[in-house]
Design a binder for this molecule. Structure first.
Ligand SMILES: [Zn+2]
Length: 488
């Protein structure tokens, strides 16, 4: 028996705009594809990096032969009622299995079954979990949207089934319902303090909309929903803003350093055995963040052998580093970051401090032997966050003003040490290229985030501008002289 052969192709509608590029000279509009011009599945697949035709979104039809109980049948061109190749392929699979475009009587269409919102969410999460490249953090982000926002939203609107959400309005209302769920940043409200009603940050919104689109796409593929109601064409737009990175002020740094003193060293056998020095270790850790600009994960993994002699301009040591964006995008970027010993008065002797730390696991400054790397990183992160809280207490005691629920200029975060490193270097005129090298970022990224601190660039720009303006005056004077000449 020869296998069934059902070919998929697009049959163009009157609204078809063809490839969108060919303009009809008479109407001035994109020229549609003719009805008889078939775009087959293979035509739409990229070959040699190019498609043989530019695809459109007209309805996909199927034509060919299938077998019903061993008997060959011909299927005339018939609409699959889908517009995406992926969906059409599923329909084709069904038709081949059924032996025609008509479902057998015993067939139950899974799309006809009502699915509760929590059920849809659970199925989506299972798929996400098994998707390659989806890490724990991404999964946590996805959960925050579908579990902490979508399910409660559906409950509040008395929506039971996902099929009840098959329109653009409900998703627009859902999106507008997003509030900052943690406006106090894990802090308990003080007695009498009202939890502020803060809007969600732009970038979080755009991340959530991206996730929402994935979720709805999943629902569409399961035929629970008819269209991606969170798409831009249904009015859900997102704008990503680049937030300039602000450094810690000098005063804030002083408070942070001071706060480490109130950390205790702990007691017990483990402390004795490992020589744990909470206060001092945390301070050195924070200094390292501030004076290298390395990410917290890179500092946690710093090995003692990375502290190398570096004899130049008063420096004696440097950290031989490999700052990187993520594990997946490892780019070769080794760099020596010189760190101060006693050569820079007014700054802590970081070399001596690092050398004086008890070596962990025989080779690390900060990476303890217990738990995975991930747990080590998150425990260091919470140690630094503890210090911020302690600093808040001291600032409170000193009567510093409170803004946005914090005594800091903005909510403190361990990553701000990196911003501080970058901003302070740029402020004193270190060229962008060099800062980018230390950070392991592109110059473009650095310029985007720290534009106002780029002193060297600003001065260079000012010089060019002044020169240009001088020339302009010369040209204008010459022109005036010319016009006077004509009058004379
Ligand atoms: Zn078309």
């Amino acid at each position: 028996m020869t296998p069934a052969n059902l070919k998929l192709f697009r049959r163009h509608e009157s609204t078809c705009t063809g490839d969108g590029k060919t303009i009809d000279p008479q109407t001035g509009k994109p020229r549609p594809y003719k009805k008889e011009f078939r775009i087959y599945e293979e035509d739409a697949i990229k070959r040699k990096r190019r498609r043989s035709v530019v695809d459109c979104s007209c309805t996909i039809y199927a034509e060919g032969t299938v077998y019903k109980k061993g008997v060959k049948l011909y299927v005339r061109p018939k609409s699959t009622a889908t517009r995406k190749w992926e969906d059409a392929r599923k329909v084709r699979e069904n038709w081949i299995a059924w032996g025609g475009a008509q479902a057998p009587v015993e067939h139950v269409n899974p799309a006809d079954e009502l699915v509760t919102v929590p059920n849809a969410v659970q199925k989506f999460l299972t798929t996400k979990k098994n998707q390659p490249g989806v890490g724990d953090e991404r999964l946590a982000d996805v959960k925050r949207l579908v579990e902490l926002r979508l399910i409660p939203f559906a409950e509040s609107k008395r929506i039971t089934f996902i099929q009840e959400m098959d329109n653009a309005d409900v998703w627009a209302v859902f999106r507008d319902s997003w509030k900052n769920l943690n406006p106090l940043h894990n802090r308990k409200p003080k007695p009498g303090e009202a939890v502020p009603d803060t809007a969600l940050g732009q970038n979080t919104v755009s991340k959530h909309v991206g996730t929402l689109r994935e979720f709805i796409r999943f629902c569409v593929s399961r035929e629970w929903l008819a269209d991606n109601w969170a798409s831009a064409e249904h009015g859900m737009k997102v704008s990503k803003v680049i937030e300039p990175k602000e450094p810690f002020s000098h005063q804030e740094l002083e408070y942070i350093y001071k706060a480490t003193e109130s950390k205790t060293d702990g007691h017990g056998f483990k402390v004795k055995r490992t020589g744990q020095q909470n206060a001092w270790e945390v301070l050195v850790f924070i200094w390292t963040l501030r004076y290298t600009g390395l990410r917290i994960s890179d500092v946690v993994q710093l090995a003692t052998r990375q502290l190398v002699p570096f004899d130049a301009y008063g420096y004696s040591h440097a950290l031989w580093c490999h700052p990187m964006k993520t594990k997946e995008h490892r780019e070769v970027n080794f760099v020596h970051i010189p760190i101060q010993a006693a050569n820079l008065p007014g700054h802590p002797n970081l070399v001596k401090a690092l050398q004086g730390l008890p070596v962990k696991q025989g080779r690390y400054f900060f990476l303890g032997g217990e738990g995975t790397l991930r747990t080590n990183i998150s425990s260091w992160r919470s140690r630094v966050n503890d210090v911020f809280r302690l600093a808040e207490t001291i600032m409170e005691r000193d009567g510093l003003p409170i803004r946005n629920g914090t005594h800091f200029a903005e909510h403190p975060h361990p990553h701000k040490f990196r911003h501080t490193f970058a901003a302070t270097l740029l402020q004193v005129g270190v060229p962008l290229r060099i800062v980018a090298q230390y950070l392991g970022d592109t110059e473009e990224t650095v310029r985007k985030h720290y534009a106002k601190f780029c002193k060297a660039e600003q001065l260079e720009a000012a010089a060019v501008l002044a020169e240009g303006m001088r020339k302009l005056t010369q040209v204008q004077t010459a022109e005036q002289r010319g016009s006077l000449h004509v009058v004379r």
